[in-house]
Design a protein around this ligand. Structure first.
Ligand SMILES: Cc1cc2nc3c(=O)[nH]c(=O)nc-3n(C[C@H](O)[C@H](O)[C@H](O)COP(=O)(O)OP(=O)(O)OC[C@H]3O[C@@H](n4cnc5c(N)ncnc54)[C@H](O)[C@@H]3O)c2cc1C
Length: 402
């Protein structure tokens, strides 16, 4: 809770000025805090020239955690079909780097039914140890059971870091794990590093609508938990020579208990390559000017066997479904080739595609921010450039130009 020492406050208004949440106002020459608006960010405390603002602990005093009792880096693996979700392998690559900096092992936690045989794959990708909770009751994903198992294991083994994919599955149960462990969770990180000379995890993610990058630390609690979207990190190449330990964990009936009945699981049907798996993505932006011109992007994507992306401007306008949206509130992609057609390059869009290997941007404004991340810049009207490009691609690939 933020408190004002009335004796010290001189009503200068500096706190009111720096508060981004409009939580402080100076009334009768004294600062007044609206606790409903205050986010406890502490900016005003640092700014007050008189030291009149103070942050008091609002909750019951918790015993300070012994952080040194928590060691090791964990990745909660996501089983997908007969394999693992690509994000699991990407997280293992980062976990390996973090664990080497901290001189601790990497552990992967796998939950499912009939999953033990594939645990070895995780060792070839960077894990030193794999804990496998393999049980017929876990054949379908149920957030309640999964979160209880991970929280139970974490309380017992005390890892200092737990990483998970920011996928539909991770988003459904990892926040529950953080709540059970009474620790923080930074969702959708785009960068993870260990602080210099310490053991805190620096968790970087877009904040304030993507207008700035915030680096978050969880310095009073363990474990430090973060999720990362698919295609943000790079997986290590498999190394068959790596050795590791596979540990069985038999969940108790209490851990398996849940209130959900899975009736059916069905794969989503879609035409062309899935957006997140496509090697080439062609993205439509508002520069196409009207929905009727979207066929140019669709045709180029078809000729290149590419996925179709979109900016939020055009998904909001209803030109194409929200599943195609790339960016902060859409999906993240990192294809070999990304072609941005009439896309301005707002930060909220860039965070979803700037990991692409080659970026080609077509925009009529030579100063458009998309050109700052582009490998090749085409300054021109998409309505003229795209038909020419389609013609060339069709010719190169022997496709009939229609
Ligand atoms: C909290 C939040 C989350 C957001 N999340 C996302 C997100 O996930 N993904 C996302 O994309 N956006 C997101 N946005 C919106 C984002 O800020 C931008 O508004 C959006 O990306 C702009 O889309 P655009 O580039 O298609 O349109 P514009 O910004 O309008 O850009 C159109 C571009 O086309 C160019 N152009 C115009 N006509 C032509 C032509 N004939 N030929 C060639 N070029 C032309 C213009 O020069 C301009 O650069 C978010 C915003 C907020 C606040």
């Amino acid at each position: 809770m933020l408190t004002v020492d009335i004796e010290k406050c001189i009503g200068c208004g500096e706190c009111e000025e720096v508060c981004s949440f409009g939580a402080i106002s100076v009334v009768d020459e004294k600062a007044k805090v609206d606790p409903d608006l205050c986010s406890l960010c502490g900016t005003c405390v640092d700014t007050c020239p008189e030291g009149a603002l103070e942050m008091e602990s609002g909750g019951p005093d918790k015993e300070k955690q012994d952080l040194s009792a928590w060691r090791g880096v964990w990745v909660v693996a996501e089983v997908r079909g007969d394999d693992f979700a690509p994000v699991t392998l990407e997280l293992l690559g980062k976990a390996r780097e973090l664990a080497d900096t901290l001189s601790v092992p990497v552990t992967a936690v796998v939950i499912g039914s009939g999953v033990k045989e594939r645990a070895r794959n995780l060792i070839t990708r960077g894990a030193d140890r794999v804990i496998v909770a393999d049980h017929p009751e876990l054949s379908s994903f149920v957030d309640e059971a999964y979160s209880k198992i991970v929280a139970h294991l974490a309380r017992k083994e005390r890892p200092e870091i737990i990483l998970s994919g920011a996928t539909a599955m991770g988003r459904a149960f990892i926040p529950q794990v953080a709540t059970m462990l009474e620790t923080g969770l930074t969702a959708d990180c785009t960068g993870l590093e260990i602080e210099e000379g310490g053991r805190n995890l620096l968790q970087t993610r877009p904040a304030f609508g993507g207008n700035l990058m915030a680096t978050i630390i969880c310095d009073d609690h363990r474990p430090q938990m973060a999720t990362v979207r698919p295609h943000v990190l790079k997986a290590l190449e498999p190394d068959e020579s790596r050795d590791g330990e596979i540990v069985d964990f038999l969940p108790t009936p209490e851990l398996l208990e849940h209130r959900v009945k899975v009736v059916e699981s069905a794969a989503e049907e879609s035409e062309g390559p899935g957006l997140t798996d496509a090697e080439i993505v062609v993205t439509a932006g508002r520069g196409l000017e009207k929905k009727e011109n979207l066929h140019l992007v669709e045709r180029l994507a078809q000729c290149l066997d590419a996925g179709i992306g979109a900016t939020r401007a055009i998904t909001d306008a209803g030109w194409i479904s929200g599943n195609h949206q790339i960016g902060q509130t859409g999906v993240t992609v990192s294809p070999k080739l990304y072609i941005a057609c009439g896309v301005s390059g707002a930060i909220q869009h860039l965070v979803g595609m700037q990991g692409s290997d080659i970026i080609v941007a077509i925009n009529k404004d030579k100063d458009a921010p998309i050109f700052d991340v582009a490998t090749y810049a085409v300054v021109g009207d998409v309505k003229e450039v795209l038909p020419e490009l389609i013609k060339k691609v069709c010719k190169e690939r022997g496709i009939e130009d229609v």
